[in-house]
Structure formats: C-alpha cells, structure tokens
Design a protein around this ligand. Structure first.
Ligand code: SF4
Ligand code: FES
Length: 700
C-alpha cells in the first residue's frame, strides 16, 4: 500500500493503482473519455488531467501510477484549466450537432462540455469533416463526431476478438473505422455503441426514433440465450424502442449480445394480436370465448402438447398444471425435438468462476455463438491467463487459440490417454462444457455418459469441485425443465408426440411457443383429417399458419416472468409494455382454458401462481431470486455406445437461430451481411409488418 493525498485527504492505496483509481477511492470524479475499466489504458484523450505537486505539467490520471507521498489536486485552477484546454481542443473539429445527434441527452462529451466547455471557440479555421462509414445494419456512424478515444477499437480487439476496427492516418487526418468498408462481423459489436462517448457510433435501428428523456425504462433480462443478461427495455407510448445492458459483474459484466440488442423489432412485427380460428381453410379473427370453444372441442379428442424455449416459470408451470389437471394422461414435453436432456441441464461452474478456471474442454460446443458472453470470459482466460482450451467437435472460430482434439464423439474413448487429459488432471479448477444440442443426437445419452466418466477420471469432477457443465440454448429451456414440464406416459418426447400426431394416434396437438419444430415437422394434410392443431404463441409463423386455433400470447417484454439462467440463478422480466390488442399473458390463457374445460386451475393471480411455484420449487422462492441455486443434476446411465458421426456445428445462423429472431427484419439483414440467410423454412425476406392489424392469411 502507498500513502497519497487527494485534495489534502490521506488515502492508503494499493501499490500499482493509477491516480484515477485513487481519486475514485476518494470519491472524486475525474472526467474521462478514453479510459474504461474493462479495456486496456490508451491515455489519449487527456481529459483526465490532474495536478500532481512537483510535476511540471498536469498528468493523465488514467495511466499515471500512484507513488508514496504523492499529492494530487483534482480541483485546483491548474487542473480545471487543463481540462478546459483539452475540451477546447476536442471541440475544435467536433460538429456541435447535438440537436440532430442520437447521443444527445446521454453523451459524455455533451456533459463534460457543460462543465468545462467555453461558449465560444478561438479557432476560426474550417472544421475537419470525415466521411461516414457503412459498417453494417447494427451501427450507424457519423465519424466527424469521433474524438479518437479508440474505445471501439480496443473493444473489438480485446473483448470481441475481431480485429476489424482500427485507425488510419495521423493527427487531424486520423480516421477510425473498418479498414475495408464492410459490415463488422461480431456478435458483440453493439457494445461499441455503449462505449462510444460521443455520437460517432449509434444504434442504426434506433436512429432518430426518440430522445432518452422521452423513454420509459424497465429492467428485465435477455432470454434469448442461457446467460440471462440483465437488460433495460426502453419504450415510448407502449412501443419498445431499444434494449441496453445493465452492469452485473457476475453475469454479463456490462456487455450484451447483438441478437438481444437489435432483435426488438420482432416485438412489433408479424404479431398475433387476436385469437383466430380456421374457417373454410382460412384463419379468421374471433373472440376469446369462440376460440376457447374451438380449442375445447379439439381437446376432447386424444391430445398431446409441446412447449417451446421462451416460456417463463409461470407459463411453464401453468402449462404443466393445465395438462395434468385438464388433459390427464396426455403426453407433453418441453425439450427440443430429439433431446434426451433429463435431470442434468445446467452449469455446475458459476459464470464468475471462469475467472479462475484453469483448463477447459468444449464438447460439441461453440460458446461464441451459443453464449457469447461466456465466450468473452473464456477468451480472457485463454489470452490473459493462457489457460489451455481444447475442442472436441466442429472446428470453429472461437476468437482465441485452442487445441482441436477431433470431430467425432468416439474420440472420447481415447481422450483419457491423451495429453490433454493430463492437463485437466493437473489443473486446480478444470471445466468441461457440453452443448445441450449434443443430447439431441441419437447417441446423446451415451456421449454424456462417456463425458461424465472422462470427467471423473481426469479430475474435472472431484471433491470440492464440479467442473462438468451442460450449456442449454435458452433460459426458457432451463426454466421449463425446472418446472418439470413434461409428462404423460413417462416416455413422452417431442419427437414421439409429433410422430403420434402425424400418424393419427393423437388427434389434437397443442404447440405452445414453437421453437425447434417447424411447419415441415407437422403433416399439413392432417388438417383435412379431423385433426386439430392449436397454436399458442406470439407470431404468425409458418407453423402458426397451419393451425386450426390460434391463441395469441404475450412476448417476453410484455409480462412479468421468472427465468433461471445457466447457473441456476432465477431472475425476472418485467412488463415494459402491455401485450398487443387482444393478446394475453400466457399463464392467464391456460387458467381461462382450464375454466372453460370445467376444472379451473387453483391460482387466479400472479401472486397465487408464484406462491404455488415457490412451494414446489424452492429456487423460485423470492428469497432465492438473483442467487445461484445449484441443481442436483443426475446423469441417466445407459449402455449404448457413442457413434462415429461427427459433431455438427451447433449454431449455423446466429441471427436467425430461433423463431423469435426470425421475425426480426434487422436480424435478417444481419444474417445476410454475415453471409448466409438460407435457413430451411426461413423466409428469405423479412415478414411483413402487421402491427396492430389482425392477420388473416391463407393456410399453407
Ligand atoms: S468512434 Fe467513438 S469509440 Fe470509436 S474512437 Fe471515435 S469516439 Fe472513440
Ligand atoms: S481518460 Fe485519461 S487520457 Fe483519456
């Protein structure tokens, strides 16, 4: 520790700290632009200048180390004048176009110029102008506003792992951009918008839509992957206009994925806004009682149900209760088609523990596209701490070096004798991550068994440490499994349910929040054979168009809901806006339907429903929210052998990987820029916007 004086106050500061850190410890705010505590120090904006006694000139506090007995003045005339000088220099070439800048109202330069800017400039030459760069559909650039802080460049290089942003030229001719004008290829690029202290990089989809003071902010979480990133949802007049990350060191640090940030236009595109029934081969809007009557008639026949990947605990619990209470014996499942996910479906290693993990094996897993914020931690561990990382699966670009051990699961047998097994054995905190999608393979259970055996032998599972982890695709999948939303004859699976419906064994199929199953999975000709397809969801998807009855539900931003993330941490979404027109919160649909069926579910308010959930699932008790509650996952034993079929890439179309994302025009643009928009039944062009208009389309 060293003793320093900040404005005359004695402080004990860790040796090696910067003057800025010491000032922060003393609660003295130092204005800055280029400094960011999660990036390397650039020291190029000079806004953080402070006076240090004995130094001939003010020093940049963000990179100047403290020394014993140092006396720092953060409010002396010298310091204030230095900041004013820096501000004048920064504003020389700045266009001062705040009235037409989307950063206005939340701009660091604007704020600091109020404190240190003059009301006139001594500079009478022409201002420099820089051409804007087209770097894709996510980020809008106005590069004349750039103050060359290089935060965006450092983020792209250090955190996102894509060396696509850089600076060319020197002095006044310096320009920041992608060297070759092209869409930036990163699943995290939107974070540069948050980092840019001026209006040089702003959100393209949000451009000119609102001012920050017009927005109503609601806290929520991102449910599009399994990390559960805390976010804020901003709306104006009931329309969601943007989403941004909140800071949480244990979960997302302060980053957010591009899929979560830019897909909010799906919330008002192609929505189901009224109940619908099919008459004469055409879907027509109707009242809720009418739709319930149709649904009830359908459910009098042998029925089965499938739950998708976006349901909250309330929704999954109500769905399960409805199936058990009103359709006794009917098969239902919440797992993706083919999945053998059973009792073990979460991480045993908390996300923040990846700061200490010292060897990692990825099995059939691509964390860069499945959980980009986990990949940020793995990248940091691989590059900064140089931990060994190995991949058994498809060779992919993870943005950091790894050892490729093979592409087929049968290599697991010889893995025990490999050098990497020794590496894991000698590690203190080794980890294995298996993609949940591996368990949709026919030999999925056998792979999991083989991995578990290997994990025990190589010290990944040992006394006091369990580094064996399953990475599911979304929070909703984990939550639905927590709610045990599967039942029937004990052997039900999504595949078996689909097969039974397509073969005529069951006459009615309820698809709630479709995800991995598509219109092709359901035999459309069944519609003419007295079969009934009931669709409960948010968008008029190709599968919804096949339905006989549609019950419109609320999207994640329109309802309060509890979700568990990959660590088993329960967090909640809040309703930022109401569901559109006649759509209803999902659990209320099941509650009303149960009443229609003559046996009402025993909860009538959200509080009653949450009480019922908490009684059965302690992790969902309010006292446990936001804490990690480990799941006691048990791996079901099997004697089956693993096959030699190679692991397939887990995610092939990052921006269009689920039905919600496929409804977003922005995501379609991003996927096109990424090089491939061809995803099976995905429409090549964005679906038409039908906000607030009841959709009436011909059945496929
Ligand atoms: S674009 Fe923004 S973040 Fe990047 S260097 Fe310029 S001011 Fe800094
Ligand atoms: S914040 Fe210190 S030089 Fe920019």
């Amino acid at each position: 520790m060293v003793n320093v004086f900040i404005d005359g106050i004695l402080l004990h500061v860790k040796r090696g700290s910067t003057v800025m850190q010491a000032c922060t410890q003393a609660s003295k705010e130092i204005p800055h632009f280029c400094y960011h505590d999660r990036l390397s120090i650039a020291g190029n904006c000079r806004m953080c200048l402070v006076e240090v006694e004995g130094m001939p000139k003010p020093v940049a506090s963000c990179h100047w180390p403290v020394a014993e007995g140092m006396r720092v003045r953060t409010d002396s005339p010298t310091t204030i004048n230095a900041r004013k000088g820096t501000m004048e220099l920064l504003l020389i070439n700045h266009p001062l176009d705040c009235p037409i800048c989307d950063q206005g109202g939340e701009c660091a330069l604007q704020d600091q110029s109020v404190a240190y800017g003059g009301d006139r400039s001594a500079y009478h030459e022409f201002k420099r102008a820089v051409d804007d760069k087209d770097i894709g559909s996510k980020i809008k650039t106005v590069m004349t506003r750039c103050i060359h802080c290089t935060r965006c460049i450092r983020f792209a290089t250090e955190i996102a792992g894509v060396e696509e942003m850089g600076a060319t030229g020197r002095g006044e001719n310096m320009q920041v951009g992608t060297y070759v004008e092209q869409a930036i290829q990163s699943e995290l690029s939107g974070n540069m918008i948050d980092l840019c202290p001026v209006g040089a990089l702003t959100s393209k989809p949000y451009a000119y839509t609102a001012r920050p003071w017009e927005l109503v902010r609601t806290t929520s979480i991102d449910i599009l992957d399994a990390i559960g990133t805390p976010i804020t949802v901003d709306n104006r007049h009931g329309q969601v206009l943007r989403t941004q990350p909140q800071e949480n060191n244990a979960i997302n640090e302060e980053w957010m994925t591009d899929a979560a940030r830019f897909s909010y236009d799906a919330l008002h595109t192609n929505r189901l806004t009224s109940p619908m029934v099919k008459r004469g081969g055409e879907l027509q809007t109707c009242s809720w009682p009418e739709a319930f009557t149709y649904a009830k008639t359908g459910m009098e026949k042998p029925t089965a149900a499938i739950l998708g990947s976006m349901a909250s605990a309330e929704d999954a619990f109500a769905f399960k209760s409805f199936m058990e209470n009103n359709l006794k014996g009917a098969a239902f499942d919440c797992r993706p088609a083919g999945s053998q996910l059973d009792n073990f479906y979460t991480f045993n290693t908390p996300l923040i523990e990846f700061e200490n993990v010292d060897a990692v094996l990825l099995v059939g897993c691509n964390p860069r596209l499945e959980a980009p914020l986990l990949n940020v931690r793995l990248r940091r561990a691989a590059l900064k701490r140089r931990i060994p990382v190995a991949v058994l699966g498809a060779e992919v670009d993870l943005t950091y070096p790894y050892q490729h051990l093979g592409t087929t699961p049968d290599e697991l047998e010889s893995l025990g004798r490999s050098k990497f097994a020794d590496t894991l054995k000698s590690a203190q905190k080794p980890a294995i991550i298996i993609a949940a999608s591996v368990l949709t393979r026919p030999d999925g259970a056998a792979i999991l068994n083989a991995v578990e055996k290997f994990a025990k032998k190589s010290g990944v599972v040992k006394d006091g440490w369990n580094g064996l982890n399953i990475l599911p695709s979304t929070c909703g999948r984990i939550t639905a499994l927590d709610m045990a939303a599967r039942g029937g004859d004990g052997k039900s699976s999504t595949n078996a349910i689909l097969k039974a419906f397509n073969s005529g064994k069951t006459q009615t199929l309820i698809v709630y929040g479709e995800d991995t199953i598509t219109a092709e999975d359901v035999d459309a000709t069944r519609n003419t054979q007295h079969a009934t397809l009931i669709y409960i969801g948010t968008h008029l998807t190709p599968l919804a168009q096949l339905a006989d009855v549609i019950l419109p539900a609320a999207a994640w931003s329109e309802k309060p809901g509890l979700y568990a993330n990959v660590e088993g941490r329960v967090q909640q979404t809040h309703a930022a806006v109401p569901p559109p027109l006649n759509a209803k919160e999902d659990w209320k649909i099941f509650r009303a339907l149960s009443e229609e069926m003559g046996s009402a579910l025993p909860f009538n308010t959200l509080a009653q429903l949450r009480d019922a959930i908490a009684r059965q699932h302690p992790a969902y008790n309010p006292q446990s929210w936001n804490r990690i509650t480990p799941r006691m996952g048990v791996i079901t034993k099997t004697d089956a052998a693993v096959s030699a079929r190679p692991f397939a890439p887990v995610v092939t179309h990052y921006y269009l990987r689920n039905e919600y994302l496929r409804q977003s025009p922005t995501m379609h643009k991003c996927q096109t820029e990424a090089g491939s928009a061809d995803l099976g039944n995905t429409p090549a062009s964005p679906p038409p916007a039908t906000r607030n208009k009841p959709a009436t389309r011909k059945a496929a």
